[in-house]
Design a protein around this ligand. Structure first.
Ligand code: THU
Length: 132
């Protein structure tokens, strides 16, 4: 993906972050996923008084894409305000892996970013193959 396309995802993730509902942790996160059709879907973290019911930004973006009928994920951007760029949590790794086991990911905080690919973040993922 070219830099312009990454930049568009970064802006979308930042906008989504501005809508995060994180009254408990104060840690706001936005995510934007591009599908192979070129469409962009976003999510933010949505916390809950029952802490474990919290939804992460990455899974919210994934759900938005699927709800729009888009399952072929091409790239994901995460935007946070952490001191260093943050990788997706383990639950989100597993969820993303269902549809895009080697998804390219960038995580931004301010002007800094880190790059990951999902296959490296989640080696030996549990997948539908194991259900046979
Ligand atoms: N969070 C995300 O949205 N994405 C991540 O990759 C890590 C954590 C959220 C969950 C919770 O609302 C807050 O950040 C602190 O963990």
């Amino acid at each position: 993906m070219n830099e312009g396309a990454w930049d568009e995802l970064k802006q979308a993730a930042r906008l989504a972050r501005s809508h995060a509902y994180a009254p408990y942790s104060g840690f706001t996160v936005g995510a934007a996923v591009r599908t192979k059709s070129g469409a962009v879907f976003t999510g933010c973290n949505v916390e809950n008084a029952s802490y474990g019911a919290t939804i992460c930004a990455e899974r919210a973006a994934l759900a938005a894409a699927v709800a729009a009928g888009e399952r072929e994920l091409a790239a994901l951007v995460i935007a946070s305000g952490a001191r260093r760029p943050t990788p997706p949590c383990g639950i989100c790794r597993q969820c993303l892996s269902e549809l895009a086991p080697s998804l390219p990911i960038r995580s931004y905080t301010g002007d800094a970013h880190a790059e990951y690919d999902l296959a490296s973040l989640l080696p030996h993922a549990f997948s539908r193959d194991q259900l046979d």
